[in-house]
Design a protein around this ligand. Structure first.
Ligand code: GAR
Length: 211
């Protein structure tokens, strides 16, 4: 199989950066070159992880983009993200615990992927992120959960799925237990999906995304 050149990659996050750390730890085995980490909060620990790994960082703080009543203004924040990301012409943008809605400009369609801690379309959509997802799974009595890596479109958690992995959920599992199991899956799933993304790109695939 021909060598795939590393994809010029940016990672967007809002918090702890556990997913970023997984990608950093595995980057030698992945077809990516993480050149920039963008955080939506100044106190995101993911910024520290990036700096420790020698990766450039940028801050686009969601708190600066609010409408009159305090509701987020995603379109204004999206313009600020565009200003950071578009000039650098990334091949791939990985959302990694990025808790903001980024209305994608046409130039980024098919280049942005996200990992979600449930088996989409179940337990996805607006307001479903992080621990809330695992609590919803627990409260539903579901016997299975998992994670999904998908292309990002302008609908929450609804883009084409690249990779899913599942695990059993037992009635005695707490939301934390489910989170732990799912994160173990995520550590394998994001790298697997990135390899698929890179292979498709190298094969000249053009993704027609309905947004
Ligand atoms: C990951 O578990 C990811 O599945 C989840 O955030 C976590 C990483 O956040 N993403 C979502 O819930 C997106 N809807 P962290 O880096 O703050 O630990």
């Amino acid at each position: 199989m021909p060598e795939i050149p590393p994809l010029k990659t940016a990672v967007l996050l809002s918090g702890n950066g556990t997913t970023l750390q997984n990608l950093i730890d595995r980057r030698a085995a992945l077809p990516i070159d993480i050149q920039l980490v963008v955080a939506s909060r100044a106190d995101a620990y993911g910024l520290v992880r990036a700096k420790n790994a020698g990766i450039a960082t940028a801050l686009v703080e969601s708190k600066n983009f609010r409408r009159g009543a305090g509701a987020p203004d995603w379109s204004a924040m999206g313009a600020a993200l565009d200003a950071v990301l578009l000039p650098r012409r990334f091949d791939l943008i990985c959302l990694a615990g990025f808790m903001c809605f980024y209305p994608l400009p046409p130039a980024l369609r098919g280049k942005v992927i996200n990992i979600h801690p449930a088996l989409l379309p179940a337990f996805g959509g607006r307001g479903m992120y992080g621990r809330r997802v695992h609590e919803a799974v627990k409260n539903s009595g579901a016997t299975t959960s998992g994670c999904t890596v998908h292309y990002v479109t302008n609908d929450y958690d609804a883009g084409p799925i690249i990779w899913q992995a599942s695990c059993a959920v037992s009635p005695t599992d707490t939301a934390d237990d489910i989170a732990h199991k799912v994160f173990q899956l995520e550590c394998e799933a994001y790298p697997a999906a990135i390899k698929i993304f890179a292979e498709k790109l190298a094969g000249g695939a053009v993704l027609e995304l309905r947004v």
